[in-house]
Design a protein around this ligand. Structure first.
Ligand SMILES: [Zn+2]
Length: 205
């Protein structure tokens, strides 16, 4: 799976930010409550943005694969997490039960499982994420939105067989990593299906 993280397809660069109406459910312990502040965190029609706590690095990586803006700052203390979540208007993803007792936290999702697959499923469901709409539009390492670049511009930057067989290339504006490849997209879709995030029918087309 790791190899996929370095070469992915950016043909959905025109990530539509229309999303769904943001009706967030903040999942707090066993209670589920509709977050009235969801609309403040995510402007009408804009996709939710996340800030993952230090225990959720793998979840953060997968949310980026799905194309969702996910900050991961493992050096943050719980107070720092709350502060940055509020300042940046991000939904906090956390396994820290102590945050549930605080009244000053911005919208958060308490991630219930230790297991990455269940974590991803929970966030996709609770936040109404579309697993395919923005797939592979974001750098998995930097969280930056990828920018399409001309094929000629990457001739010396990718292996010859890749240049000859691929038509769409994107670059991360921060780390300059080049992404490509419909094949990788298929692999990611297979993985998402294996994780239970996609149904079989969603792989068709
Ligand atoms: Zn990058």
């Amino acid at each position: 799976m790791e190899s996929l993280l370095y070469q992915s397809r950016g043909d959905e660069k025109k990530a539509r930010d229309t999303g769904r109406g943001t009706q967030l459910l903040a999942c707090v312990g066993d209670r589920r409550m509709t977050s009235q502040t969801g609309a403040q965190v995510s402007q009408e029609g804009a996709p939710p943005r996340f800030l993952a706590d230090r225990t959720l690095g793998r979840l953060a990586k997968w949310l980026r694969i799905l194309g969702y803006d996910t900050a991961y700052l493992p050096q943050l203390t719980p107070d720092g997490l709350v502060r940055e979540g509020r300042r940046q208007g991000r939904i906090i993803l956390t396994r820290n039960t102590r945050l549930l007792r605080r009244k000053d936290v911005p919208p958060l999702v308490f991630v219930q499982s230790d297991h990455f697959r269940d974590q991803l499923k929970q966030v996709v469901e609770v936040c109404h994420l579309d697993p395919k709409q923005r797939l592979l539009t974001r750098c998995i390492l930097c969280n930056e939105v990828l920018v399409e670049v001309a094929k000629d511009a990457v001739r010396d930057l990718v292996p010859a067989y890749v240049w000859e067989t691929q038509e769409v290339f994107c670059r991360c504006p921060r780390c300059q990593r080049i992404y490509w490849g419909a094949t990788h997209r298929d692999h990611v879709l297979d993985e998402l299906q294996r994780l239970g995030v996609l149904g079989t029918e969603e792989l068709v087309g």
